[in-house]
Write a protein that binds this ligand. Sequence first.
Ligand code: SF4
Length: 411
Amino acid sequence: MRIVPARDGGLCRIRLNGGELSAAQARVVADAARACGSGFIDATNRSNLQIRGVRTGAENQLISRLIEAGLGPATPDSDDVRNLMLSPLAGLDPYAMLDVTPLAGALLDELQCDTRLRALSPKFAMMLDGGERLAMLDHPHDVWFSAVSANQFAFGLGGCPPTLSEHSPALASVESGHVPAVANALLHTFLDLALPEQTRMRELLQTHSAEAVLDHVQGKLHFQLKQNAKDWRRPASNARLRFGVHPQRNQGAVCIGAQIPLGRLDASTLQALADLAPRMRMTPWQSVMLLDVPVAEVESAIERLKALDLATTPNEPFARLIACTGSQGCAKSFSDTKADAHQLASLMPETGNVHLSGCARSCAAAHHVDTTLLAVAPGRYDLYTHAPEPVARHITIEEAARWLARSTTDA
Ligand code: SF4
């Protein structure tokens, strides 16, 4: 694990396997954020956490606390390769094709034990999708596997599982038991073929056809890949399921989802969440799912979530607003996006999603958002909808709110 500099102090990324954190681990993170950092913890759009404001001299203490809590990599120097995205409902959703968590464990073990894979970029990411009703399907991955049935996965490169006929189809399919071997062959193929400046699969695909990559992969396997998934489309995910109460495979317990306002928690809120459930999962929407909540405790847990200012329904302003770190923590930002988003929250119309970005890198939104406010100066934004050109320039938050209200009325 390592700590990188940011405007508000050191930044420590905690990669969570499948986004999961036990209550005991959450308490360790909260204590460590207070003792070694600013006390603020960000939820990321890769279902991880980041402790912010790490003080100079406190780095080793912080890393020791996290490793002792089981939040470090399985082998030294393998932290950066632990990028495997699962549904927040993996292993829990009774409607999924299968429980992918054992397969995810095998893939994570392999990623961390194969020393050659440490040459992959820390951003190189895989997705393992069990067909859960809630999954982030518009967040591109270097490699994705998606369950077609309980014993077969389609896979593709540099994108997402297709949900519509116009989307790029799956490259091929593979039996569930062969997924680790195919993943290994795909990652080694990338390392075999990529030029030094090509760090992501989409870059490799600019110089090699998907078929050429697949041929190289096939050469590493002792079984035949099936090219029978061209017409397969993944059922759409319902992002609203990240809110509210949902059944789990294990009877008698449920999971409860809520949105963390602007993806930022303070240590006491994380500690309070740990008191509500034995484990939780962070989601790619920068929200949290409390798991294994006894049915009898649902009502009180929801009341507590509301008291903690988490959004428990999809229509609340903070369920529809995202903002990047902004100028408080990022030198690239033209504005304090989080403070501006707080101001906008009180002015938001009743529908529509808004993303505030401090610069064009758009770190906070890997998925589609109705309206993007791109900072151009402190408190000033260009407003984009679907077109590459802004529909309004250099506007204030109040002007943006008025534009949003008008567009809602016109719609
Ligand atoms: S979008 Fe830009 S300003 Fe915002 S956190 Fe990312 S790099 Fe910084």
